[in-house]
Design a protein around this ligand. Structure first.
Ligand code: ADP
Ligand code: MG
Length: 617
């Protein structure tokens, strides 16, 4: 629990205790009032402070104001315990909301394993000391061994190594660094020992900035939540005006008792506090987010949950999303060299890539490769790889890649994804590989259609015939193949423009070559287990187990959450209006008002918690 919440909890307990003590029958009336006043200040001081401060800023009529005026008024007319009780309920609700927010943020940021735990700092005579990254001054010398994270931004003093920066940049290709090259914190030192001069403190480092971004990514509220704020802008002044009218009009016009009507006006104000709404709506969203996370669906914030509920088009990446991304070699067609040599060449060229094609080719070669033979690797997203192997220029990829160096890839009638290889401008042959459709993909598409998704689309950089086989077997409505990463962004843009009204589009991918699309789509859904940290960062929703059926689950779950939100809005406002009428007519007293409000809030909260349950299929 955070410090802030602990303090609130202590305040709630202290105030409750004071309120309890005030009921001891032997106490004088003066003591009773004094204890209630103390209890009231302990729990309500910050609300009153905020109400007054906002008043000076010209922001009247927020919740703080409403709570302050009603409870202070209650106090003024002698309803002491009621004033304390109203504040207590309000603060408790606020605290729970806050805790729910904090917890969901923590679970999202713990996904990103880029935070460095320590730095090895070198002092004047070369001895190393393990210290916390934030105690290293700029300009210090640190040493990073292979297998460690680089804790701070800096420049290499000595040593050379390959750095895995995938968690930061999404670039899966290792970056070769040596003396005088700059390195960024959060990247992973793979091969060599590095001595680094730090260029800034931890607070200024890349990794600290990224973590900050993720931890505060959730400041955007859902439209429905903003609705409360907008609602309060009209509701609160209206209620206050009505209360004033209630206090003054009857005594002036009909000669009513001043105190009676003042009392009713204050009861009216207490009733008017939209607690059920204010507490239950964020809670419903968090229950929805919590329920989703229990099913391995991480939703970053209520705005994304709300957008999910309006998804009408779902766009899938093929490799690693609808297919397993584990290719098996179905044919090896060398030109000059042997089959084994061709496979070895491919495995060497692909030795640093995270792409499913690369992983599969390495697995197919089965023997271990000597990575030191490989240098100067360059990745062409959506096309393939170029690398220097034993000093020779090797290209491994599709026809587009070979076209770059003016080589016509040999046509092959085989079914499957084809990786062509060329060495120093000479065509060496190709390897045919085949992927399998994930067993859950058919179910995923069927469930999405059953949930009323009007259009399913598949995008891929792979060959058209391969893509078509997959799309047809799954019953996908629309297919675009042989795309570069930029084409995917363009197509998703076009599809989003074509969306009508409040309909939205989701893109589902693994983040390899499609992180930009994840970011661009109304909702980006990343396959978390296969995806890189960058994909997890770029996405709005992360599926922990890479099961595409979870997309349909996420949509169903979000719609149910929104349905509960609307139920609660209707319920809370309906009851509220009825209670306001009773209060104005003098039928309800302040305790009844508080209990009615708590009752409505409790029911709304119970309803909200339904959002956590697993939806029926
Ligand atoms: P998808 O859209 O299916 O996820 P990508 O855009 O990642 O596919 O890649 C598209 C195509 O580019 C692949 O089908 C493959 O032919 C080629 N390709 C991409 N990366 C590599 C690589 N590392 N090695 C060989 N070929 C690659
Ligand atoms: Mg991909």
């Amino acid at each position: 629990m955070e410090r802030e919440h602990k303090i609130t909890l202590v305040r709630i307990a202290a105030s409750g205790a004071l309120l309890g003590i005030s009921y001891i029958p032997q106490l004088s009336a003066g003591m009773h009032i004094a204890l209630c006043a103390a209890a009231y200040l302990v729990i309500g001081a910050d609300i009153i402070y905020r109400a007054v401060r906002n008043l000076f800023r010209g922001e009247f009529f927020d919740e703080n104001f409403l709570m302050s005026i009603a409870t202070a008024g209650a106090f003024a007319i002698g309803e002491y315990p009621e004033a304390v009780a109203v504040m207590l309920f309000y603060q408790t609700g606020e605290m729970f909301q806050d805790m729910a927010v904090a917890r969901s943020r923590a679970s999202i940021s713990s996904l990103m394993d880029i935070r460095p735990d320590y730095a090895e700092m070198e002092d004047g005579n070369g001895t190393l000391r393990r210290v916390s990254p934030d105690s290293v001054p700029a300009g210090s010398t640190i040493v990073v061994k292979p297998g460690e994270k680089i804790p701070l931004d800096g420049v290499v003093l000595s040593g050379s190594s390959a750095l895995d920066t995938a968690a930061l940049t999404g670039e899966s290709m290792p970056r070769e660094v040596s003396e005088n090259d700059s390195v960024i914190s959060g990247s992973f030192n793979m091969t060599g020992l590095l001595r680094i001069r730090t260029t800034g403190t931890y607070g200024e480092s890349t990794v600290a900035r990224i973590l900050d971004l993720v931890e505060n990514a959730d400041t955007g509220k859902a439209k429905t939540e903003k609705f409360i704020t907008r609602f309060a802008r009209y509701y609160t002044p209206a209620v206050v005006a009505a209360a004033v009218l209630l206090a003054v009009a009857p005594p002036l016009i009909a000669g009513g008792e001043w105190l009676v009507w003042l009392n009713r006006a204050l009861i009216f104000l207490v009733i008017s506090c939209p607690c059920a709404l204010v507490v239950s709506i964020p809670l419903t969203f968090f229950a929805g987010i919590g329920g989703a996370s229990r099913r391995g669906i991480l939703i970053k914030g209520s705005n994304n949950l709300e957008t999910l509920s309006r998804i009408r088009t779902v766009v899938f990446d093929k490799t690693g999303t609808l297919t397993a991304g584990r290719f098996s070699v179905t044919a090896v067609h060398p030109e000059i060299i042997s089959e084994t040599e061709l496979l070895e060449l491919a495995a060497l060229a692909e030795s640093y890539s995270d792409h499913p094609v690369a992983v599969s080719l390495r697995d197919a070669y089965a023997n271990s490769v000597d990575k030191s033979r490989v240098a100067d690797v360059e990745n062409f997203a959506g096309e393939g790889i170029r690398a220097r192997i034993d000093g020779r220029d090797v290209y491994a990829g599709n026809e587009k890649l070979l076209a770059r160096i003016g080589i016509a890839a040999k046509r092959c009638e085989c079914k499957g994804t084809i990786v062509h290889l060329a060495v120093d401008g000479v065509y060496m042959g190709h390897i045919v590989i085949a992927d399998t459709v994930k067993p859950q993909s058919t179910e995923a598409i069927r469930r999405l259609k059953a949930a009323g998704i009007t259009k399913t689309v598949m995008l891929t950089g792979d060959r058209h015939d391969v893509a078509e086989t997959v799309a047809t077997s799954l019953g996908i409505d629309e297919l675009h193949a042989e795309l570069l990463p930029a084409d995917k962004v363009r197509i998703v843009d076009e599809l989003m423009t074509a969306e009508e009204g409040s309909s939205r589009l989701a893109f589902v991918g693994d983040g390899i070559n499609d992180a930009p699309v994840l970011k661009r789509a109304d909702v980006g859904i990343a396959m978390g287990a296969a995806g890189s940290d960058a994909a997890i960062e770029a996405a709005d929703v992360v599926l922990m187990d890479d099961n595409p059926v979870k997309v349909a689950d996420a949509v169903t779950l979000s719609r149910r959450t929104l349905r509960i939100v609307y139920q609660n809005i209707a319920f809370a406002i309906g009851i509220k209006l009825a209670m306001l009428l009773l209060g104005a007519l003098g039928i309800a007293n302040m305790w009844e008002a508080v209990f009615a409000d708590v009752g409505v809030t409790v029911l709304a909260v119970l309803n909200a918690l339904r959002a956590m349950r697993t939806p029926k299929r």
